[in-house]
Design a binder for this molecule. Sequence first.
Ligand SMILES: Cc1cc2nc3c(=O)[nH]c(=O)nc-3n(C[C@H](O)[C@H](O)[C@H](O)COP(=O)(O)OP(=O)(O)OC[C@H]3O[C@@H](n4cnc5c(N)ncnc54)[C@H](O)[C@@H]3O)c2cc1C
Length: 473
Amino acid sequence: VSAIEKQSESESWDIVVIGSGPAGQKAAIQGAKAGRRVLMVEQDNSVGGACVHHGTIPSKTLRETAVALTGFRRRSGHVFEVTLREDLQMASLLARVDQVIQAHETFIVRQLQRNGVDHWHGRARFAGPHELEVEGVDRRVRRARGDVFVIATGSRPRTPPEVPIDHEHVLDSDSILSMRYLPASLTVIGAGVIACEYASVFAALGVKVTMIDRGARPLLFLDPEIVARFVEGYQRNGGQFIGGRSVRSVVWDGLSTVQTTLDDGAVVESEKMLYALGRVANVERLRLEAAGLATTSRGLLAVDEHLRTSQPHIYAVGDVIGPPSLASSSMEQGRRAICHALGLPVGGTPELIPVGVYTVPEMSSVGLTEEQVIERFGCAVVGRARFDEIARGQIAAIEDGMLKMVAGPDGRRLLGVQIVGEGASELIHLGQMALASGASVDTFVDSIFNFPTLAEAYRVAALDIAGRRGREA
Ligand SMILES: Cc1cc2nc3c(=O)[nH]c(=O)nc-3n(C[C@H](O)[C@H](O)[C@H](O)COP(=O)(O)OP(=O)(O)OC[C@H]3O[C@@H](n4cnc5c(N)ncnc54)[C@H](O)[C@@H]3O)c2cc1C
């Protein structure tokens, strides 16, 4: 057999996973734990996907620095004025980010090795419904056959041709952390989760941030009262929001300034720009047609309730199938896909997916919002607890915090919880568990909470609801 023929010989696995982000990892680990031979193919040098290298982990680590800074100022009653050096290098701020990424990646690699998952470094494309071609950096092509395939190729920032993204002055969410210096000013286009997170983090770090979006307010899918409190906190940190405007043009003047012209002719100038308006699925290079697959009109892979594509042995999980596009849901989809493929018990379908928005201040939501309850049941009974009215909130000097508890018309059935303020993304899980177990509002009224805690906000909001019963129905 010639060397070339040898290179293109096909090897076989029970399960072949494309992509090593949260969705691919959990699929691979689940398959290996069930005793199957698993191959994971990843085109990047390192494993972990967008989550570890450009998304969740780096953005949250930078945020931790911003939160520590604002928290210190607030808690010290502004006795100490902490300022960052004007020529602060991003590298100083990101030193911890590199350590956290490294630690996370090492953990993932060890977990894959411990479970005996084979790993190929290369770009995968289908050669047939049961076969992949994997092209390495040296252009060498290997072939892998599989009984089950999992497409977990994730997504990347949308880069429209009219915006001159050069990754130096006009950046996207993959390149934003490659800036050398903390800029004096930043324009953020978009007001979704990624836009709001970075806008508020950079504002908290002292950057003059202007966020621009077509919508009248940011994050239209969240409760407006919660978002209004976020906007107040963001503005208190110096951030500006321009809503109801679209962008006519973006020009880098070649010297020092990005000029953004809005539809009404107004011009916003800044040192850098972050363009964060949507993401697209990574599907183009997979040669889907060779596997008999096609994408939806939105460029996504369509799946059924078991995460199967139109080819029953090919599953798709994570960002490549569209919303909710979270690391948390992607991991669970990876696990579920393999359980289904192998006929293992999958567990009940999680109806309650919490949303955590790691802005400064942060927001989190689970279950229905007030608007959704009114739409469905005609009326909602809502209880509120402001963090500045509970002891722990006062001690920690939390200015923007609020927990909103939403009950049905009888004021007893708990239907949703929304929180803004420090600890929101952790606190929400108490509400999630209460919703999952069918606990009523009275469960919170009849419970004793540690004092002083932010969790006490649940009891205060429940008491608020109890006091309104009958009045709002
Ligand atoms: C800035 C930012 C902040 C975020 N913050 C949060 C957060 O706080 N909480 C949260 O839950 N989610 C967050 N997310 C979303 C989260 O990162 C994604 O939902 C998650 O990474 C999706 O996982 P995935 O496995 O589907 O894809 P990815 O993580 O994108 O991984 C896909 C992998 O597939 C590889 N790949 C693609 N094509 C091929 C191919 N042909 N061959 C081989 N390999 C291929 C890619 O190189 C990549 O490594 C954030 C995202 C961003 C961008």
